[in-house]
Design a binder for this molecule. Structure first.
Ligand code: SF4
Length: 430
């Protein structure tokens, strides 16, 4: 197959300096066209935003929580020296102006307008265009698609997280567990979760039983454990400012966690009998592995409670979480339940402890294991056996993408996933 490319630009024509400012412009263009807040966060971190790098990163981190970056800047949500505040406000004003123009202009005139509005370097505009080849170019023949073949998980072991990933998006499971398509380098959110889990593991090593007489010591020591755990995970945060903001958030949440521990210990005395407990279980022909964040023993009945710390978004009501189990969208606590039952323990409670929002009291989502919940857990177990056997069989299949665009928001494979659903409409007006 051959094609002939005719020169469309004469030599010496004036074009934008794509190598220098192109990524910034394209990012701004995508933000204008899609409203994707991730693009705006990239913009604010760019040197062309005019904002200091650490300040931009701090606002991007804040926006990941509040969802409205420009509003946050305009409300002066970060206490900054006057020059930094002015630079941020200038950026917000320019971004809003560009967003307004986006509804009226095509891409190329919009790029031109962005050069003016963001005051991008003038010298870059006068750079001559690279020479455009005029010779014929011979293209290779298209490659035939490979015939479909069996797909198996790379690991011999299954986990509840792997099945949760499959339930959320089959394609994500394929990328992560079958072909390791890209390295998931983790995010500040995952670093926050790792550090917080680690802090609580250490804390309960020293304080297995909430005791009002030790309240002062509990509050002081948890500060130390949080600081130390975050220090060990410092590399997971992009900037010193982001690190500092997350440590402060964790410290506020940790004090609320102590509030809850003391109240719960008074209501129903308990002792922490396990931290990061290995959970190994054979389901059908498949081996499952995992770790349970915390095991409690009720001091009155001797029953066991399984506790999972959650630093991301979770169900807010027990009924909501139970519905996820019934719909086979969450296998984590069912897996832990069967792992502990298999060890001969009587599990009476399953609890998720939300540790995401430092502004809210800690209110666990608790499932008391009665006959009806046990029936749901039985069904979940049967489904885990079916699913894992199916995924281990290596049969040919198409891994469907999710229909829920929210699932794609922080997906590490989004760049590779051409079939993903369109991003949801923006929820905040610009
Ligand atoms: S980007 Fe969305 S559809 Fe694609 S793998 Fe990730 S979650 Fe699934």
């Amino acid at each position: 197959m051959q094609v002939c490319l005719a020169a469309s630009l004469s030599a010496g024509a004036v074009v934008h300096d794509v190598a220098e400012t192109g990524p910034f412009l394209e990012c701004a263009l995508r933000w204008c066209r899609t409203g994707d807040p991730a693009e705006l966060e990239r913009l604010v971190r760019s040197p062309y935003s005019g904002i200091d790098r650490d300040v931009g990163a701090a606002y991007a981190t804040l926006a990941a929580r509040t969802g409205a970056l420009l509003d946050a800047i305009e409300a002066g949500r970060l206490a900054l020296p006057a020059p930094d505040r002015d630079a941020a406000l200038t950026f917000a004003r320019r971004a809003r102006r560009v967003a307004l123009l986006a509804s009226e202009l095509e891409d190329e005139p919009l790029r031109d307008a962005m050069y003016e509005i963001f005051e991008l370097p003038r010298a870059a505009r006068a750079k001559p265009a690279p020479a455009v080849p005029t010779a014929e170019i011979e293209l290779t023949d298209p490659i035939e698609p490979e015939p479909p073949g069996p797909v198996r998980a790379r690991s011999r072991h299954f986990s509840a997280s792997a099945l949760n990933a499959y339930a959320e998006c089959e394609r994500k499971w394929f990328y992560r567990y079958a072909c390791a398509a890209v390295e998931d380098r983790g995010s500040a959110a995952s670093a926050y979760g790792t550090a917080f889990h680690s802090a609580l593991e250490d804390f309960h090593g020293e304080f297995p039983r909430p005791d009002p007489a030790q309240e002062r010591a509990m509050r002081d020591r948890i500060v130390h454990y949080v600081n130390w755990a975050f220090e060990r995970n410092r590399d997971g945060f992009e900037t010193p400012v982001a690190f500092e903001l997350q440590v402060r958030r964790a410290q506020r949440t940790a004090q609320r966690y102590v509030d809850w521990l003391l109240a719960e210990g008074k209501r129903a005395p308990f002792t922490v009998v396990g931290r990061e407990v290995p959970a190994n279980l054979q389901l059908g022909d498949q081996e499952f592995v995992g770790f349970i964040d915390r095991l409690d023993r009720d001091d009155r009945s001797g029953d066991v409670g399984i506790v999972d710390y959650k630093t991301g978004s979770i169900a807010t009501q027990p009924s909501e979480y139970r519905e996820k189990i019934r719909a086979f969208r969450d296998f984590q606590l069912p897996f832990y339940y069967w792992a502990q039952t298999g060890e001969g323990r009587r599990v009476a409670r399953l609890a998720l402890i939300p540790l995401k929002d430092a502004r809210l009291d800690v209110k666990p989502v608790v499932l008391e294991v009665d006959a009806a919940v046990t029936a749901d857990l039985e069904r979940a177990r049967t489904r885990m056996i079916e699913l894992s056997a199916d995924l281990a069989s290596g049969r040919e299949r198409a891994f469907a993408v999710t229909s829920d665009p929210e699932a794609c928001t922080f997906c590490a494979y989004a760049a590779a996933c051409a079939d993903r659903p369109p991003a949801p409409p923006e929820r905040f007006a610009r």
